[in-house]
Write a protein that binds this ligand. Sequence first.
Ligand code: PMP
Length: 828
Amino acid sequence: MSGAPEWRRKAARRSAAGQGPRRRIDDVTVSVEGRPRLGVAEVGRAVLDHYGLEGTLAPLPGEWDQNFRLDAGGGRRCVVKLANRGHEEGVLELQSSALDHLAASALTVRSPGIVRTGSGEPLARFRDAGGEAHRMRLLTWLEGTPLAGRLPLPAGGLRALGRALGELNLALADFSHPAMDRDLQWDLRRAAWISRWTHLVTGPDRRAFVERTLLDYRGRVRPALDGLPMSVIHNDANEENILIAGESDGSVAIVGLLDFGDMLRTNRIHELAVACAYALSAKADPVAQALEAAEGYAGILPLEQEEIDLLPDLIRVRLAVSVVNSARAEREDPANLHRRSSEEAAWALLMAMGAPDGARGRPRAGKPEADRAGEVERLAARRRKILGPSLSLSYARPLTILRGRGVWLHDAGGRPYLDCVNNVCHVGHGHPRVVEAISRQAATLNTNTRYLHPAILDYAGRLAALFADPLGVCFFVNSGSEANELAIRMARAHTGRRDVITLDRAYHGNTQALVDVSPCKCEGPGGTGLPEWVRKAPSPDPYRGIHRGEGSGRGYAEEIARICREMVDDGRPPALLIAEAIQGCGGQIVPPEGFLREAFDLVRAAGGVAIADEVQIGLGRVGSHWWGFEAQGAIPDIVTLGKPIGNGHPLGAVVTTREIAASFANGMEYFSTFGGNPVAMAAGMAVLDVIEGEGLRGRAARVGAFLMAGLRDLATRCEAIGEVRGMGLFIGVEMVTDRALRSPDGVAAARLVEGAVADGILLSTDGPDQNVIKIKPPLVFSEDDARALLWSMERALTRQGPRGSPAAGAAVAERRQRGCQSSSKRPA
Ligand code: PMP
């Protein structure tokens, strides 16, 4: 480590392989401008004043600090470091304290020692001639050659590297400091920040590699880190910071470790991952090399099996962070060729590591790909044998989903999928608070409602409080279908009438009465048509319907008025109108302004009752309001709830007025064996706690707006998108073959969905032509999740090649055949 050219090379290399200029979460305070620029003479005086040392000072490169080499005579050599003005005091203390700790540990791998001032301090403070304050440290000089010159390592080198890091981490195992829990972009627990920058990676294949690595990290690797050992680590064992000495037999010994500037407390396995990201060769099997380093490490400090399993994933993530950081740096300084050449080395290793989904590289979670495919076929065959054939499966290659957490579902091979379509697990799959509430209550009592119990009263009170007067009386059931069935019975009991108005394309449930009021079922394949007691109004679709654009709300309301008039004239006035505030299965149809309000008012004026089916869209999903009908200024007489309110635990509800509830109490007892049981009530209560506690309604509004803006931007570049519509996190993207003609393109939609699932993203389609991509994720969906979804959709839409794979064509045909009910074909 001597001679200026080597140091310059070091600076160039460091910045390159994605390391520089260092981007930290504390970038705001640590900047190039904060680097002191003192003259040699002034520094020499300060060194003499504070350390009593005299000698020759030669500048050393430094990204953030101003550094010198001090030759103090008698062979004594030090590094003089003038700290960047932005460095936090605590972080400087952390480094000094750790270096003192290591010096006392007498390791074979050396680290610089802190030289103390004349008064025994680890840091000297002085003012320069201009009066500005400085913080100066002196470190002992370590002899050795940077590892950079000896790569690829000779046989046994990686094992030696692993051993050295094991020794270091063992010495740090009992070290702690108040500043160790720092925010640092190079912390592999924080790697998700790169999702804001992946768009700068050029080349679709490279971008896909990074995006898939990131999805796998966010869905699988990052959650696993929470259960693994933590420690203070060096966190930057790159090829310039590792010093080696050659042995006479041609092997290398790791003799020193420099630059503790990135140290922090994190998962200790990151120490190895970072080192491997620099020391592995792309020319041989990198996973085998990483395991060799891990063996060396474990010989000193035993590793848990899960740490070893995650090591290749963490190396991949560190490389992804590096290449994204390089892409960022490249944009800021495109002329820097050094940067690009080193970036290529990182890319080469990243590609050699293989894609995280097991398409290349090691098989994941134990089972080879071929075995897993066989298992899928075996399960599908059993299913065909034992379950009714009218049940369907999602996706051309069905998924075996075995676990869920947050916005992620995991298949049998452990692969995470970003769930963009499940509006049932509203507050996230397996939310610990909901799980805990259900299990605690299940262990205490579960029985029917013919006993007094506070849970049903507490939940009913809390739910009713989310509605404006006069809605305020609750009935509990077990599904959306039961809720709608009960709502229809109530409306009939209240009005003494029988006939129903429904909207075209609607889906309201799977009982006979509900199939009869669901045109997409009774008028679809296998249906027997609308019964004589059901009247169908047009779907209020301002994009493709019979009235379009602004002002079409009036037109659609006029259709309701006409139907009411006809029904009255026929002597069969309506008992009720049932409608969703945004039609879900109908194709994510947001009705035009004024329609729903007027429609409900018109039905009431005709003596009927207005039922708002909030089974799919309710409970804060639309963001601005708790309920979709509120967002449209409409006032229903009965509201039906299902899917999200139990977060997957079977729970449905009907909320109505005291008057209608009284009419329903006509002598016939209402009883549901499971409806309103204490376990379901505990689930419902926990869901409300989480929505309020985690601010999920606000999040739906914020992330939904972000996603919708991204989709609209995508539409400016992709002719195949006819319209983007929705509210909050209930969004539809309508695919067309021709924008002017608005001709539906179910094949493009199916292709997009299949492309997304290959990327690890779950989507689905809806609408009579199955050409509307529906997006309705758990409300814990984040901006990072939205970015991943946007990337995958853009990739599918801009991919070259013939329109529609055979699989996509078959999928759309099959979906049309099945009709529109979403819940049978996917977790709607
Ligand atoms: N109403 C609407 C609007 C729905 O989307 C669904 C289910 N897809 C239902 C009712 C029926 O709910 P469940 O499947 O829980 O019976």
